[in-house]
Design a protein around this ligand. Structure first.
Ligand code: ATP
Ligand code: MG
Length: 426
């Protein structure tokens, strides 16, 4: 049984529980064990007179964080945390824990993030930490449910690839038998090929690998991307889908994760749709309060902070200069600007998307204009010569989304085992 399945009205019933010893309090004639399982805490009470001597003597010596199995009787007790306690008949130590502990599981002593990540198995035993991943799990589930409902087909594309998606430098090379290969930085090219295949709406939730040299609080070297691609629509169409998805996920989390939001002391509200749309040009105007950004340059962190502070919450930055977006974005008739957008939350970019260039000749030109070689994209370009429909899509960073939702100060908090510039283990 799990702790949450027991209630005071089970008074007198026999139950079996298993979990970790969160705390042992020995008051001489009375010993309390706080048992922790996945769902919460339960008080095991051992009055010296009411339990067998052997059980009593063993209980008081159990080390914290040992795994135990308890068989006992539920007793209604108004003074106990959940309104009941368990009077044990037997306590079996399934596996003892060593001491001292590498990390405190009780919230009493704060620990450095590095220490926590080095001992992640133990860090994750803390309710505040595991709550993040219980919510993240529901986020993924809600995203899937929403997109399946919308008719998306979930796919898996290769993570070992021969070319860079965007020809960037942010690639991890690997050895692939006698050749060099790379870890994929995005499923972009593959999900587009699937538009030519006639899949019409595809979804992929999978890892992306970025050899980002810099160590920031919003970059990981391995992140999870929620990617969609959709035919017969444009950038507007997929922006509307994205904002509806965000609102639906928030509504689900509020409804289904109340317990975890309470543990994290977070109050969520469903964001109002549609989100504001700010063009790149007006964004640099807002940013000019803190610094001058020449038209055509990317928005740096300081600029995004100024814009984020002004607008707040969720918003889109649209109509980006074509030259700072990847080759596959579709330009407007005025080719300086593109049908691209970023979904922002405050100063943090959560997603990038665009209508894509589906015209073969234009696409080849765009690849060349970025100084890349069309030959290395032949596997991709081929799909554009035999009936590629117009299409659009986006990639949403899952950890960034969770970070924004739960107001986490560091993206590492949203990844169970994060990979960063220095961390490769655990
Ligand atoms: P940024 O400019 O913030 O580094 P990006 O524009 O390089 O991000 P995209 O290529 O647009 O990122 O990827 C789509 C989404 O994937 C981003 O909006 C972000 O949410 C997420 N993402 C990209 N790179 C990382 C990373 N290194 N760590 C975590 N999430 C990332
Ligand atoms: Mg981006």
């Amino acid at each position: 049984m799990r702790s949450t399945e027991i209630t005071p009205d089970k008074d007198g019933e026999q139950v079996t529980l298993a979990g970790w010893v969160h705390e042992v309090r020995d008051l001489g004639g009375l010993v309390f064990i706080v048992l922790r399982d996945r769902e919460g805490f339960i008080q095991i009470t051992l009055p010296k007179k009411a339990v067998e001597r052997e059980v009593f003597n063993r209980a008081r010596k159990i080390s914290r964080e040992s795994v135990i199995k308890v068989e006992g009787i539920v007793k209604r007790e108004d003074k106990a945390p959940n309104g009941f306690e368990i009077i044990p008949k037997t306590i079996e130590v399934l596996n003892g824990s060593s001491a001292p502990l590498p990390l405190e599981v009780t919230e009493k002593v704060p620990a450095e993030l590095d220490t926590r990540l080095d001992n992640r198995f133990m860090d994750l035993r803390r309710p505040k930490v595991s709550a993040i991943f219980r919510i993240k799990s529901q986020v993924v589930r809600s995203i899937r449910e929403f997109l399946y409902e919308e008719g998306f087909i979930e796919v898996q594309t290769p993570k070992i690839v021969s070319t860079a998606t965007e020809g960037g430098t942010e690639l991890f090379p690997i050895s692939y038998f006698e050749r060099e290969a790379f870890l994929n930085q995005s499923p972009q090219l593959y999900k587009q090929i699937l538009m030519s295949a006639g899949f019409e709406k595809v979804l992929e939730i999978g890892p992306i690998f970025r050899a980002e040299e810099h160590n920031t609080t919003r970059h990981l070297n391995e992140a999870t991307s929620v990617d969609i691609e959709m035919s017969f629509t444009d950038h507007e169409g997929v922006m509307k889908l994205l904002e509806r998805l965000v609102a639906k996920v928030y509504a689900d989390i509020i409804e289904k994760c109340d317990k975890f939001l309470k543990i994290l002391e977070i109050k969520l509200e469903v964001p109002e749709v549609p989100f504001p749309r700010i063009s790149y040009s007006s964004a640099i105007e807002i940013a000019s309060k803190s610094q001058e950004i020449p038209w055509g340059e990317d928005l740096d962190l300081q600029a995004l902070k100024t814009i984020g502070a002004e607008i707040g919450g969720f918003y889109f930055i649209t109509e980006w200069p074509t030259k700072i977006k990847p080759f596959y974005v579709m330009p407007f008739e005025d080719e300086k600007i593109s049908k691209s957008f970023d979904l922002m939350h405050g100063y943090i970019e959560l997603a990038s998307g665009a209508q894509r260039e589906h015209r073969y000749e234009k696409l080849v030109e765009a690849i060349k204009a970025k100084g890349l070689h069309p030959e290395s994209f032949e596997f991709y370009l081929k799909a554009f010569r035999y009936g590629m429909p117009p299409h659009a899509g986006w990639g949403l960073g899952l950890e960034r989304f969770v970070m924004a939702m739960l107001d986490l100060g560091n993206i590492r908090e949203a990844m169970i085992f994060p990979r960063d510039r220095v961390r490769l283990s655990p």
